[in-house]
Ligand binder design. Structure first.
Ligand code: PPS
Length: 303
């Protein structure tokens, strides 16, 4: 769909760096949050402060493994449907990843620019809010998110592995993984999901009713598309379709990134004690919040 060359180039470089990086050296902390040294630098974070978002930028905000590549693909397809132009990736689309000069180069890019990000709400550049860019916020239930994150580390040959699922789970619950704690990320977003220019999307809703969700995304972005276009885009956005194209779209990483695409895979890994620990954490931190209700935890994380 898009020109993936820069996309794949960045992924390959990150994988190359990962080869030489042990798990114990994978993270550096910036303003209290751990990030992978293979993808982020403090110079880039400093440069990000001055990033000027545009009113017509499209921001895709998510914690890792919640489906950002899925939404990215859908938004690219929608842009193609309305403009007949392939969305080009002159830079890696994750805003905070890359060298510190990328924001200067991005000034030259045509609108609309897609800014994917895993940054917590309070770490996003101020200009996104000031200039009222539209933000799609994608969430996925925390148990499947953790399982997807673990397999990503342990399946991709060049990415540092954890000694076991139990070890990964411990670090995930402490927020000692790339981009920090799922729960902090969620709590940070909780009060902003009904803000103007913000649309909440649930991975599990996308799985359940892809065409309807795509239609809502198009409406939110004010893209005028026909039923037939929605139908075509949803056919191209199913898990089998995206996995089949993944080598072409994401290079060597593709088949690992598009791993299983299911709801409830956590049941294959979580022990009884781990279920209890996460259920308690959810109860304490999110259950009483409006985001807690939106995540439909009882449907997707229990039973
Ligand atoms: N079309 C479609 N349908 C269903 N599921 C999909 C789809 N596209 C991506 N995925 C799944 O999303 C998971 C990867 O999430 P991200 O893209 O956010 O990963 S990353 O943080 O950017 O690395 C990863 O989840 P798991 O399969 O559970 O590991 C992907 O398979």
């Amino acid at each position: 769909m898009a020109d993936e060359s820069k996309f794949i180039e960045f992924i390959d470089e990150a994988l190359e760096k990962s080869k030489e990086t042990a798990l114990s050296h994978l993270f550096f902390t910036y303003e209290g949050i751990p990030y992978p040294v293979t993808m982020c630098t403090s110079e880039t974070f400093q440069a990000l402060d001055a990033f000027e978002a545009r009113h017509d930028d499209i921001v895709l905000a998510s914690y890792p493994k919640c489906g950002s590549n899925w939404i990215l693909h859908i938004v690219c397809e929608l842009i193609f449907a309305v403009s007949k132009k392939k969305y080009e990736y002159p830079e890696f689309p994750v805003l905070e990843c890359g060298d510190s000069g990328k924001y200067q180069r991005m000034k030259q890019f045509p609108s609309p620019r897609i800014l994917a990000t895993h940054l917590h709400y309070d770490k996003l550049p101020e200009s996104i809010f000031k200039n009222k860019a539209k933000i799609l916020v994608i969430f996925r239930n925390p148990k499947d998110t953790a399982v997807s994150f673990f397999h990503f580390h342990n399946n991709v040959p060049d990415i540092p592995s954890y000694s076991s699922w139990d070890e990964f789970f411990r670090q995930f619950m402490k927020g000692q993984v790339s981009w920090g704690s799922y729960f902090d990320f969620a709590i940070n977003w909780n009060k902003h999901l009904d803000d103007e220019n913000v649309k909440f999307i649930l991975y599990e809703d996308l799985k359940e009713n892809l065409a309807d969700e795509i239609k809502q995304i198009a409406e939110f972005l004010a893209f005028s598309v026909t039923e037939e276009q929605i139908h075509t885009i949803s056919a191209k956005s199913t898990f089998p379709a995206m996995r089949a194209a993944s080598q072409e779209t994401h290079g060597a990483l593709g088949p690992f990134l598009f791993r299983k695409g299911e709801v409830g895979d956590w049941k294959n890994l979580f022990s009884g004690a781990q279920n209890q620990e996460m259920d308690e954490k959810f109860k304490k931190s999110l259950a009483v919040t409006s985001l807690g209700a939106k995540l439909k935890y009882e449907s997707y994380c229990q039973g």
